[in-house]
Design a protein around this ligand. Structure first.
Ligand SMILES: Nc1ncnc2c1ncn2[C@@H]1O[C@H](COP(=O)(O)OP(=O)(O)OP(=O)(O)O)[C@@H](O)[C@H]1O
Ligand SMILES: [Mg+2]
Length: 321
């Protein structure tokens, strides 16, 4: 079953210098139980796309789409009450910085209890207490009973992230959005959190959107992947196929700049030259043209449309073969 559908999603912001289009013509879907990876450099629109799915964009944002639906609900027509039902209930979200996402004034038990009170009002106090403990066990918190009364400052980064995950999955969401959930953690803890997310997904059968600027992090845990550049999806498809055979020069550049994909010490790491375009003055043609090693004359004059071949979607005039 298709859980989430976005067709021609556009996100604009009203700024002092005028309206900017930060995300444009973005279309994708997420099936039940599937993990979708979203990658791309900083500022390419990964977070705001997900914020739009959760109705969390600031007031200066204008969101439009031909379709933006979740579990059959039209997200664009929701009022604040409708959003509250979906957020934290059917959709959970974990963020990059667990330390700043937890409330410093509440204990672990109080934070998780609040989520359950709001989204599972049918639960009794005793049921909530039981559920909180089982959630802490699920997310691998050692000595969970003792941790109930801990405040965020008493937890390590990895433990805080586990508490965030416990809050996000407390009401068995259909979709979990994980926005760079491991970026702030050290490498061993990163790996543990990735394994935990994979296990929880298998146990609970939820769909996951996993955002990272790092392709090496998403490659093992996602089935589908979409690569974003300057607010557009420039390539998407089956993770394995795209990683073994990227067709967009930008995807190729991202892959060539990952250290772990280079086996020998002699390999020189590649870094994509140039900068992401300024959203106030987008290029007329392909957004990547200024940095592309494979560009031809017409790349700067005409904006490539989306093409689809088998499972792969591309926005490029001259894909690599
Ligand atoms: N409130 C806002 N007003 C104006 N522009 C905004 C606003 N919020 C985000 N943007 C712009 O939208 C673009 C996309 O931002 P977004 O946070 O989605 O990037 P990202 O891909 O998540 O980057 P990162 O990897 O650094 O998290 C950026 O250029 C950003 O400046
Ligand atoms: Mg982000």
């Amino acid at each position: 079953m298709t859980l989430l559908v976005a067709k021609n999603l556009q996100i604009q912001f009203k700024t002092k210098k005028g309206i900017i289009t930060a995300v444009r013509d973005v279309s994708f879907s997420v099936e039940s139980g599937e993990t979708l990876g979203v990658v791309g450099e900083s500022g390419c629109g990964k977070s705001i796309t997900n914020m739009a799915l959760m109705g969390l964009l600031p007031d200066n944002a204008i969101v439009t789409a031909d379709t933006l639906s979740f579990n059959g609900v039209d997200l664009l027509s929701l009022n604040e009450k409708g959003w509250q039902d979906i957020r934290g209930g059917q959709m959970g979200m974990i963020f990059q910085d667990p330390m700043n996402s937890l409330n410093p004034c509440y204990t672990v038990e109080q934070q998780i209890n609040e989520v359950l009170e709001i989204h599972c009002p049918e639960m009794t106090k005793e049921q909530r207490a039981e559920k909180i403990l089982s959630l802490l066990v699920d997310v691998g918190i050692p000595a969970p009973k003792e941790r109930l009364s801990a405040y965020p400052h008493e937890l390590s980064g990895g433990m805080s992230q586990r508490v965030m995950i416990a809050m996000a999955i407390a009401c068995n969401p259909k979709l979990l959005i994980a926005d760079e959930p491991t970026t702030a953690l050290d490498v061993t803890v990163q790996q543990q959190i990735l394994e935990l997310l994979e296990k929880l997904q298998n146990d609970h059968g939820m769909s996951v959107i996993f955002v990272s600027h790092d392709l090496s992090v998403v490659k093992d845990i996602t089935k589908k992947i979409q690569v974003m550049y300057a607010g557009e999806i420039i390539e998407s498809g089956i993770t394995k196929t795209i990683i073994s055979n990227p067709e967009h020069p930008y995807t190729k550049g991202l892959l060539d700049s990952i250290p772990s994909f280079h086996d020998t010490k002699d390999d020189v790491l590649f870094s994509i030259p140039g900068l992401v375009p300024d959203l106030h003055s987008r290029p007329k043609g392909c957004q990547f043209e200024g940095r592309c090693f494979n560009k031809k004359d017409d790349c700067s004059s005409s904006w490539p449309t989306i093409t689809q071949k088998d499972d792969r979607v591309l926005r490029c005039h001259y894909p690599l073969k």
